[in-house]
Ligand binder design. Structure first.
Ligand SMILES: N[C@@H](CCC(=O)N[C@@H](CS)C(=O)NCC(=O)O)C(=O)O
Length: 215
């Protein structure tokens, strides 16, 4: 049995979507980001930093979304160029770049949403992080303006990792037309729809857009 530990709208959506793309059977265990259950010793035994995703699979527990993507693609081929094959280096670069996008999204999420009082937030940091996120999206824009998916060979697992980043980034920065079209393409995929249906009740983002406040 494959078991995914997940929080709605969190990075574990990358894994949820990829498992659906792969057509695998799996169970989703939903957690809350706000009730401290991720700090429970039973959960820390699975994911020592108390984060999602954690994936129980093949007698292992993996707890870093990029590593999970790579492991799934190594053990269930079809969603990545094989090591040594053409496009592998680009695939790896996108896989890790997804987490560069993810870090800016996480910083913006902390500032806009997790820190509830205005005095805790830094408008300067929010402005800086939004600019840095937009610069990352410009890299995605350049790729998807000339081809449907991040790799010229077609859809692959990096589209799930970066695509999740777009889903969050759009709440903090305006998407360019090419990135909007890319978003529309991946959202039309049946596996995306199945993953979205299993995502759960939103816990993090309740607004479509979080503008940078006046400094
Ligand atoms: N680099 C890690 C980041 C995981 C991560 O920070 N996940 C967030 C949700 S997006 C989380 O679990 N936060 C809960 C917490 O920090 O308590 C990955 O990609 O798996």
């Amino acid at each position: 049995m494959i078991r995914l530990h997940h929080i709605p709208q969190a990075r574990s959506f990358r894994t949820l979507w990829l498992l659906e793309e792969m057509g695998l059977e799996f169970e989703v265990v939903e957690h809350s980001i706000f009730d401290r259950s991720l700090r429970d010793p039973d959960y820390l035994a699975l994911s020592p930093a108390g984060r999602v995703p954690a994936l129980e699979i093949d007698g292992l527990v993996l707890f870093e979304s990029g590593a999970i993507t790579e492991y799934l693609c190594e053990t269930r081929p079809g969603f990545a160029p094989a090591p040594g094959a053409a496009g592998r280096a680009d695939w790896l670069e996108w896989l890790h770049f997804a987490e560069t996008i993810g870090q800016h999204c996480a910083n913006l999420t902390q500032n806009h949403i997790v820190l509830r009082e205005d005095w805790m937030r830094s408008p300067t940091l929010m402005k800086l992080e939004a600019r840095r996120l937009a610069a990352c999206l410009a890299v995605v824009d350049k790729a998807v303006a000339r081809q449907d998916w991040l790799l010229p060979g077609g859809f692959s697992a990096v589209d799930t990792n970066v695509g999740y980043g777009i889903e969050v980034a759009r709440r903090f920065v305006e998407l360019t037309p090419a990135v909007q079209d890319y978003r529309a393409r991946y959202r039309e995929r049946p596996a995306f729809a199945r993953a979205a249906a299993r995502d759960g009740v939103p816990q993090l983002y309740t607004r479509d857009f979080y503008p940078v406040p006046d400094a």
